[in-house]
Design a protein around this ligand. Structure first.
Ligand code: PEP
Ligand code: MG
Length: 585
C-alpha cells in the first residue's frame, strides 16, 4: 500500500505530494510510457551476440545509435527555447559522453567480466554503472543520474528500432503523470497540450518543478502512487495545496473553472509597484539570458533583480572570453534601457557546476568552493567577469548593480567591493544566502552598497536541508521561523549600516520566496526594499501587495515572526489576506 495515498471507503481518492507550481485544473491523465525493458543478460542460454554480429559491428551500432540520439536531441533543442533548449543541449552532450560509450564498448568484448554482451545489454550495464557512481555522490550529482538513465533508454530504443521514450502524444489536452520527468521530456512538453504535471518522485528543485514553474503549469511532485493512475482517468490537481483528487465532483470542477478565469486575469502584470498606501516596492525579474530579459521586459518588469550569469555559460567547459561575456550581459542590459539590472557574478558549484570553475570530486559541494569562493581556487575569472560587466555597462544605458553570491564575511564583502571599484563598477553588493551573512549584515553592509536575500540557499543553509531533496521539502520552506528571523536580522543590520554610513543600504529579495504573494507581504513588512522573481509571478504578487498598507504588512510580518512553525506562520498570514482566496492563490 502506498503511504502517500489516502483511500477512503468511497471515492474520491486523494494523493498528496509537494505542490511546486500553483494552479487548479481538471483533466484526463496520460501516463509517461513505462521505462524501457531491460535487455537480456548474457548466460542462461542467451546468445551473447546476434548471428553474424561481432564485437566490432556491435561497437559500431552503439556509436551510430548514440550519434542518432545526440542528433535527435540537438534537433529538438533547435526548436526549443530558453531553459528547455539548454537542458536538451546538455542531454545531447551526455548522449555522446565518451565515458558511457567507451565503457559500453568494453563490455562487448569476450574478455569482459561475465563474457561478451549484445550492444543493447552493454549500453544498459554501462549506463547503470555511470548512474550508480553519480547516485553514490549524492545531492545534485545524484540528480544527474536520471539524465544518464534517460540517455541510456534512448540509445537502447534506437538500437531496437523503437520510438524514443517521451511525452505521449494526444489530440486533446491532458495531465501528464510520471514517476519523474527527465530533463529532455520536461524541456519539450507542449504547454498547450499539457494541463499539469504530477509525479510520484522528484523534489521541489527537480527539473520537473523548475520547468513547471517556468511554463506556468500547475505541478505536484513526490506524490507516491500517481504513476499508477489509469490513462484517461479524470483528476483534479491543486498545485498550491499539493493534492490530486481522482474523479472530482462538481465542487472541484467549479474550483478549476474559477481558477482558469482568475489565472487569465492574473496573467497580465500592469506594472504597479505600490502598496495600498502608495509605499513604493519595485518588482523586478530574475533572468538567466538576454532572451529571458526580453520576455521579462515585455511582461512589465521594472528591471532585473537577479541576472544569474552562470546560466549563460552552463554548457561551457572553458571560461568564456571577455568579448563573449560582454555580448551576453549586453543582451540583458539592452532589454532594460535606463532601468536597474542587478548582475550576480558566477555562482558556480553545487547544483550549478561549471567545469572551468568547480571540482566535480568535492565531497560536499553545497558547502564547498561555490560562488564567490571560486576566486580562491581560480583567481582571475572574477576579475575578468567584472571587466566584462563594466564594458557591457559602458555600451548601454542600464543602471548596473553587481553582487557576489555566497558571501559569508565582511572581509569578503570588502574585497569584492574593491574589485568592483577597480573595474569601474559603482554599485557593489552581496547576496545574503549564508546565515553568517544575515547575522553580520551590519558589518557586511558597511562594505557593500546593497544586499539581496537569496532565500533558496538561505533556507537550505539555515535548515541544513538540501534544497533539491523531496523528503526534506517541509524543512526547506522559507516560512520557517528561523528563515524569517534571518530576513529580519538582515534588514535590521542594513538599517544600522545605513545609520552609521549615512548612505542607503537597500536589501532586496531574489529567492523564490519573493514569488509567493503571501510571503511577499511579510517580506515587505520585514523591511525589504524590492522583490525579484520569475516574470510569471509578477502579476499575482503585485495584485496582493496593492491591497495592503505598509503598516498592515508590518503587522502581518510580526504575526509570522511570532509563529512557532512554518505552517502556523503561513496559515496566520493567509487568514489576514482574504484577497488570496478571492484570487484563488
Ligand atoms: C537563492 O539562493 O535564493 C538564489 C536566488 O540563488 P540561486 O537559486 O541561483 O542559488
Ligand atoms: Mg543561491
Amino acid at each position: 500500500m502506498n503511504n502517500g495515498v489516502s483511500t477512503a471507503a468511497t471515492l474520491p481518492v486523494q494523493f498528496s505530494g509537494v505542490g511546486v507550481a500553483s494552479g487548479r485544473v481538471v483533466g484526463p491523465v496520460r501516463q509517461m510510457p513505462k521505462p524501457v525493458q531491460e535487455p537480456a543478460a548474457p548466460g542462461h542460454g542467451v546468445a551473447p551476440l546476434p548471428a553474424g554480429a561481432t564485437a566490432e559491428s556491435e561497437g559500431l551500432r552503439i556509436k551510430d545509435a548514440a550519434k542518432s540520439v545526440k542528433a535527435e536531441l540537438r534537433a529538438r533543442a533547435e526548436t526549443a527555447s530558453g531553459e528547455g533548449r539548454e537542458v536538451l543541449e546538455a542531454t545531447a552532450l551526455m548522449a555522446a559522453d565518451p565515458m558511457l560509450i567507451k565503457s559500453a564498448i568494453k563490455l562487448l568484448s569476450a574478455e569482459a567480466d561475465g563474457g561478451a554482451r549484445t550492444a543493447e545489454r552493454a549500453v544498459w550495464e554501462a549506463g547503470a554503472a555511470v548512474a550508480a557512481k553519480l547516485t553514490a555522490l549524492g545531492g545534485y550529482m545524484a540528480e544527474r543520474a536520471t539524465d544518464v538513465l534517460d540517455v541510456r533508454a534512448r540509445i537502447v530504443c534506437e538500437l531496437r528500432g523503437l520510438p524514443a521514450p517521451g511525452i505521449p502524444s494526444a489530440d486533446a489536452p491532458f495531465i501528464l503523470a510520471a514517476e519523474d520527468l527527465a530533463p529532455a521530456d520536461t524541456a519539450t512538453l507542449d504547454p498547450a497540450k499539457v494541463l499539469a504535471l504530477v509525479t510520484s518522485s522528484g523534489g521541489p528543485q527537480s527539473h520537473t518543478a523548475i520547468l513547471a514553474r517556468a511554463l506556468g503549469l500547475p505541478a505536484v511532485v513526490a506524490a507516491p502512487g500517481v504513476d499508477e493512475i489509469a490513462d484517461g482517468t479524470e483528476i483534479y490537481v491543486d498545485g498550491a495545496a499539493g493534492t490530486i483528487t481522482v474523479e472530482p465532483g462538481d465542487e472541484l470542477r467549479a474550483a478549476a473553472e474559477a481558477w482558469s478565469v482568475q489565472a487569465s486575469a492574473l496573467a497580465a502584470f500592469n506594472g504597479s509597484n505600490t502598496l495600498a498606501d502608495g509605499f513604493v516596492l519595485p518588482l523586478l525579474a530574475n533572468v538567466g539570458t538576454g532572451a529571458d530579459a526580453v520576455k521579462a521586459a515585455a511582461a512589465g518588469a521594472e528591471g532585473v533583480g537577479l541576472l544569474r550569469t552562470e546560466f549563460c555559460f552552463l554548457d561551457r567547459s572553458e571560461e568564456p572570453t571577455v568579448a563573449e561575456q560582454i555580448e551576453a550581459y549586453g543582451a540583458v542590459f539592452a532589454a532594460f534601457p535606463g532601468k536597474k539590472v542587478v548582475v550576480r557574478t558566477l555562482d558556480a558549484g553545487a547544483d550549478k557546476p561549471l567545469p572551468f570553475l568547480t571540482n566535480a570530486d568535492e565531497p560536499n559541494p553545497a558547502l564547498g568552493v561555490r560562488g564567490y569562493r571560486t576566486d580562491l581556487t581560480s583567481p582571475g575569472v572574477l576579475a575578468r567577469q567584472l571587466e566584462a560587466i563594466a564594458a557591457a555597462e559602458a555600451a548601454h544605458s542600464a543602471e548596473v548593480w553587481v553582487m557576489a553570491p555566497m558571501i559569508s564575511t565582511a572581509e569578503e564583502a570588502a574585497t569584492f567591493a574593491s574589485m568592483c571599484t577597480a573595474a569601474g563598477l559603482k554599485t557593489p553588493g552581496v547576496m545574503v544566502e549564508v546565515p553568517s551573512a544575515a547575522l553580520t549584515s551590519a558589518h557586511i553592509l558597511r562594505e557593500a552598497s546593497f544586499a539581496s536575500l537569496g532565500t533558496n540557499d538561505l533556507t537550505q543553509y539555515a535548515m541544513a536541508a538540501d534544497r533539491q531533496l523531496g523528503p526534506l521539502a517541509t524543512l526547506n520552506d522559507p516560512w520557517q521561523p528561523a528563515v524569517l528571523a534571518l530576513v529580519k536580522l538582515t534588514a535590521d543590520g542594513a538599517s544600522l549600516a545605513s545609520a552609521a554610513t549615512g548612505l542607503p543600504k537597500p536589501v532586496g529579495v531574489c529567492g523564490e520566496a519573493a514569488a509567493d504573494p503571501a510571503l511577499a507581504v511579510v517580506l515587505a513588512g520585514l523591511g525589504v526594499a524590492s522583490l525579484s522573481m520569475s516574470a510569471r509571478a509578477l502579476a499575482a504578487v503585485a495584485a496582493v501587495l496593492a491591497t495592503v498598507t505598509l503598516a498592515q504588512a508590518q503587522e502581518l510580518a510580526a504575526v509570522a515572526l511570532a509563529a512557532p512553525s512554518a505552517a502556523v506562520a503561513r496559515a496566520a498570514v493567509r487568514d489576514g489576506l482574504p484577497i488570496l482566496a478571492e484570487l484563488g492563490l
